[in-house]
Design a protein around this ligand. Structure first.
Ligand code: NAD
Length: 355
């Protein structure tokens, strides 16, 4: 598989997004977000998203250079409407505001409605944690038909609604960060399996009749036949529902129910809660106790088949180290990137990438 440096991918993404009409700053934020996902090992949210973004800009479903509007501002509580702007840009305004307000009030609750895809949610949690604060994010995914079945359901009723909790460390990396979809697997993983003609793991998919299947083809039929399964049975299904209620309904954003607009866009609504440990108690004591607990947790005797216990966030940290040597991007994704560059009139950028 060809590999690329983060620098080359950043330059490519930025060039294409500028050609689609974004300012250099907005394009750079998009590049940082996408390439950062590849570096963290989440290729499903990496540069492979760019063709979808560009197609949606050209179709008018994603608005370039959008400034989020303030719907409410009462100090520690701010709600923005992202106006379908690039998630990397309107999300940055929301997260910068969270960092500013938590420093002022000890606690901040920031709502962001109607953002285009916010990408890897850990990108946002990491920034709040790097500023020394705890971050909690509940996010829903609307703007398109549901793809995940509720526990007990034979058809889908919500999407892969992610949740993220980041705990500050002593440097730029969080001490621990859980950043996860609430489905067993992301749709992107099912798509890769489908394209490669492989089955998916047992327990991740239902067919059109609601029976467990390992065949991903129904998910990509028109109309779609089947659904992703929520992780952890009723528990993950319940968490995904809470993402609809807290991440969207509470802050005035659209849930995925069919009374709201669905035009095949990827709309995220995100509730962000930022907590300054010093506002709650003893920040140093929190750090000490958190370390003591995490050290205890990872020293459990190992089950057969396991050779270590990782903290949430460690796989991403390891990936960032490993991928400084180069980011693998498969041929299909490269072809999609070349086509995206052509669609906005910069085929030379695509040719340079593919060469
Ligand atoms: P995942 O299953 O790879 O990881 C989930 C969490 O588990 C992470 O915190 C990771 O550090 C941790 N983890 C992974 N392997 C581990 C191990 N062996 N031991 C201990 N901890 C481990 O992630 P996912 O659920 O597939 O989600 C991938 C990304 O997709 C996330 O960044 C999420 O924010 C993003 N996402 C975004 C949207 C959106 O609409 N914007 C929707 C769904 C998911």
């Amino acid at each position: 598989m060809p590999t690329f440096s983060a620098h080359d991918l950043h330059r490519f993404v930025q060039g294409v997004v500028v050609s689609a009409g974004s300012t250099a700053r907005e394009a750079s934020l998009v590049a940082v977000q996408l390439v950062g996902s590849n570096l963290a090992g989440h290729d499903s949210h990496g540069v492979g998203m760019l063709p979808d973004y560009i197609a949606n800009v050209l179709a008018g479903r994603l608005v370039v250079n959008q400034q989020p509007t303030v719907v409410r501002d009462s100090g520690a509580v701010v709600v923005f409407d992202g106006g379908r702007g690039f998630g990397a840009a309107v999300g940055q305004v929301a997260v910068d505001t969270a960092i500013e307000r938590v420093a002022e009030h000890g606690l901040a609750l920031i709502g962001l409605r109607n953002s285009y895809h916010l990408g890897r949610i850990g990108h946002w949690g990491e920034q709040i944690a790097a500023a020394g604060h705890v971050a909690v994010h509940f996010v829903n995914v609307a703007g398109h038909p549901a793809i995940v079945a509720p526990y007990g359901g034979a058809e889908s009723r919500f999407a892969t609604n992610p949740i993220c909790v980041a705990i500050p460390g002593s440097g730029a990396e969080p001490m621990a960060m859980l950043d996860m979809a609430t489905s067993v697997i992301a749709l992107g993983k099912a798509r890769v399996a489908f394209e490669e003609g492989r089955p998916v793991a047992e327990g991740a998919l239902l067919d059109g009749e609601g029976r467990v299947t390992t065949d991903p083809s129904g998910m990509f039929a028109h109309p779609r036949q089947g659904a992703l399964v929520a992780m952890g049975d009723h528990k993950g299904s319940g968490l995904a529902m809470m993402c609809e209620l807290l991440g969207a309904a509470l802050i005035g954003g659209p849930t995925i129910q069919p009374g709201n607009e669905r035009d095949d866009a990827i709309i995220n609504n995100m509730l962000t809660i930022a907590i300054d440990p010093a506002a709650v108690g003893d920040a140093e004591g929190f750090r000490r106790e958190a370390h003591a607990f995490l050290d205890y947790a990872v020293t459990a005797r190992l089950r057969e088949g396991f050779d270590e216990i990782l903290l949430p966030g460690q796989p991403e940290q390891r990936s960032r180290v490993a991928r400084t040597a180069g980011i693998p991007v498969d041929d299909n994704t490269v072809a999609g990137l070349v086509a995206a560059a052509e669609s906005v009139g910069v085929p030379d950028l695509g040719a340079a990438l593919a060469s």
